[in-house]
Design a protein around this ligand. Structure first.
Ligand SMILES: C[S@@+](CC[C@H](N)C(=O)[O-])C[C@H]1O[C@@H](n2cnc3c(N)ncnc32)[C@H](O)[C@@H]1O
Length: 282
């Protein structure tokens, strides 16, 4: 009985001390409870599609790194179908996974005390592709499968979802980005969502995991950077994802300076009312 009361006290303290409005906690709870309910994926697809269309592209790939049981790619397909109905764009979903779960690692930056080989094994990974023709899965360790993707790809990448948990796997992918840039796979600015920036009780922090891979990417590259926006009250676009979105800048991209802005002279004077920013548009 004493244990139950104590746990109840801890629960109440956590709820009262939670720093975000409780409606946000509720939305997050639903996204954990219902595996394909991911409003952050939906807004990311929506905004990435808008970015591509403004630049004149009518087809994009969205990539999920780390597929596991397939909940992520299933929700991406669910949302991309909705976006395809309202915009003139074709969206392909591409997943990468070993199929045999997390690879073996002894690197301290991979947190082997928290993640172990074989976690998230999905023996039926290829079924995801069979059951849905808008999904393409590259099965195997990305250190082997990325070359195949590079040789087959000819579509711009509109969005990258990083969810491979490990520092080493994330770094392996990021090390291929300069080649993506050379091969013109990238938009000038590509949204990147990082799922594993925070696991406080297992000490995932800026000395390991995805955060360290991001830091090293930015240190190594001059013409490519992963940028993080400041948190701002004006941002309505990315519920549940704001803190986890980076922009991959490809400064040498032929379209980097192409005008896609909203503050041209006519928007500020003559057609002002048409161009005012709203929560939905920019
Ligand atoms: C957390 S799970 C992904 C969960 C999935 N994104 C979802 O939302 O349902 C992490 C996955 O990353 C995969 N992974 C980790 N390192 C990898 C690597 N080097 N190559 C391919 N897949 C890798 C693992 O096999 C594992 O299934």
């Amino acid at each position: 009985m004493r244990k139950i009361f104590y746990k109840f006290k801890i629960l109440i303290l956590r709820i009262i001390g939670y720093e975000k409005p409780l409606r946000v906690a509720l939305l997050k709870y639903f996204s954990l409870k219902f595996s394909t309910f991911r409003p952050h994926y939906e807004t990311l697809i929506y905004e990435s599609s808008k970015n591509a269309i403004k630049l004149g592209f009518k087809e994009i790939n969205i990539i999920e790194l780390g597929v596991a049981g397939g909940d992520g790619v299933r929700s991406l397909v669910k949302y991309k179908k909705k976006v395809e109905k309202i915009f003139d764009i074709k969206i392909n979903v591409i997943g990468f996974d070993t199929g045999v779960g997390l690879p073996n690692t002894t690197l301290k930056e991979d947190l082997p005390f928290f993640w172990k080989q074989g976690d998230y094994t999905n023996k039926n990974l290829s079924n995801l592709e069979k059951n849905n023709d808008s999904i393409k899965i590259y099965e195997g360790n990305i250190s082997n499968t990325l070359e195949k993707f590079i040789s087959e790809n000819n579509i711009k990448i509109g969005l990258i979802i990083f969810d491979m948990d490990l520092y080493s796997s994330t770094k392996t992918f990021l090390e291929k980005i300069p080649e993506f840039s050379k091969k013109k796979f990238l938009l000038p600015r590509t949204f990147c969502y990082f799922d594993d920036l925070f696991v406080a009780d297992y000490c995932l922090d800026d000395t390991n995991g995805e955060p360290l891979a991001i830091y090293e990417f930015n240190k190594t590259n001059v013409d490519l950077k992963l940028g993080k926006s400041f948190d701002h009250i004006i941002d309505f676009k990315f519920p549940l994802a704001k803190g986890q979105i980076f922009t991959l800048h490809d400064f040498k991209n032929e379209n980097y300076n192409k005008y896609v802005g909203i503050y041209s002279a006519d928007s500020l004077v003559e057609k002002k009312n048409e161009k005012l920013r709203s929560i939905l548009d920019d």
